[in-house]
Write a protein that binds this ligand. Structure first.
Ligand code: TYM
Length: 333
């Protein structure tokens, strides 16, 4: 049986990038008849690695879980839970810290970017920001996950999880499954509409280039219509010279199931392309927004799902983590 695990960090409102790059794949993997064990986690501990407001993290954790259900995750078909509710993640984190090296963590692209940002803002760099990918590896390895559906930006972190699994298994005996990242065919890296050379990220300060899952249709339309493109004439798919147009075509392809290069051939100007992208995004997000409004009205039901999810996650992770404790040389209590 294939086990699938993935997670999302409650550091901001979920974006179109999160949805097209990751969440849609998660929903697809839980379709009727799928034999997989699927686990999805709101990784709240990861939200503490940068300056945070406790009340906001609480609010965003609840909202992320509600949005995942609204996006179509069926709690009967998968396990949805909060990372902090399952202590096996932090138990395993320590053993993996004793497996990883300082050098390999300092090479992580996201660490370098986020540490630079924290320093520029005059904030200290939290130690947990450096060890973050080790906790992420623990998230994955605790369930012996085979596949980790993520967007492009998480590929390097999943590679680290692979390296740590292989190293641990070699030193202490077979314990973990070596996971692999699975990326969507298109929209693995949705770019910011105002700055199409950087990723659409939920914790960016400037929000005019970010489409949030809960944006009203007129807001989505305005953001798409104002997207930065180029003045090279015509429409063509070329990520290097026309990053803004390529991004719009990727988004359109992801929303309509087409191919970005073929779609480009159907347009001779950006006005019509933007109108179609706006409509496709609005229609893609409409059911998610509507379902979110229903689910948000009953927070107790969402909490019930999360409690049951944590219980099941614990029962899966505990034997794996216990086995790792023993393998590394610790006596059973
Ligand atoms: P996070 O919360 O930044 O993003 C959640 C998922 O959304 C994807 N994603 C994107 N995909 C395409 N285009 C974008 N612009 C875009 N922005 C985000 C991410 O690749 C991710 O799949 N470290 C992880 C959370 C995590 C995790 C894990 C993931 C913690 N433990 C274990 C998988 C397995 C993160 O910060 O994702």
């Amino acid at each position: 049986m294939t086990t699938i695990f993935s997670g999302i960090k409650p550091t901001g409102h979920l974006t179109l990038g999160n949805y097209l790059g990751a969440v849609r794949q998660w929903v697809a993997a839980t379709g009727a008849g799928a034999p997989e064990e699927t686990l999805y986690c709101v990784v709240d501990l990861h939200a503490l690695t940068v300056e945070h407001d406790p009340a906001r993290v609480r609010r965003l954790s609840r909202q992320a879980a509600t949005l995942l259900l609204a996006a179509g995750l069926d709690p009967e078909m998968c396990t949805l839970f909060l990372q902090s509710h399952v202590s096996e993640h932090t138990r395993l984190h320590y053993l993996l810290e004793c497996t990883a090296s300082d050098g390999e963590l300092r090479r992580m692209i996201q660490y370098k970017e986020k540490a630079a940002k924290a320093e520029a803002a005059g904030q200290g760099v939290r130690l947990s920001l450096l060890t973050y990918p080790v906790l992420m590896a623990a998230d994955i390895l605790a369930y012996r996950a085979d596949e980790v559906p993520v967007g492009e930006d998480q590929r390097q972190h999943v590679e680290l999880a692979r390296d740590l699994a292989v190293r641990f298994n070699q030193r202490y005996g077979p314990t973990f499954t070596v996971p692999r990242a699975t990326l969507p065919a298109v929209a693995a890296r949705v770019m910011d509409l105002q700055d199409p050379t950087s990723k659409m990220g939920k914790s960016h300060d400037v929000t005019t280039g970010i489409v949030y899952l809960l944006d009203e249709p007129d807001v989505v339309t305005r953001k798409v219509m104002r997207a930065v493109t180029d003045n090279l004439g015509g429409v063509a798919y070329d990520r290097a010279t026309r990053p803004g147009a390529a991004n719009l075509l990727d988004v359109l392809a992801a929303c309509t199931g087409g191919d970005p290069v073929e779609l480009a051939a159907g347009y001779d100007g950006y006005g019509a392309l933007k109108r179609d992208v706006a409509e496709a995004v609005v229609e893609t997000l409409r059911p998610v927004r509507e379902r979110h409004a229903e689910l948000a009205a009953d927070p107790a039901a969402v909490e019930k799902v999360l409690r049951a999810g944590a219980e099941r996650a614990r029962s899966l992770a505990r034997p794996v983590v216990d086995r790792a404790y023993e393998a590394i040389g610790l006596l059973a209590p």
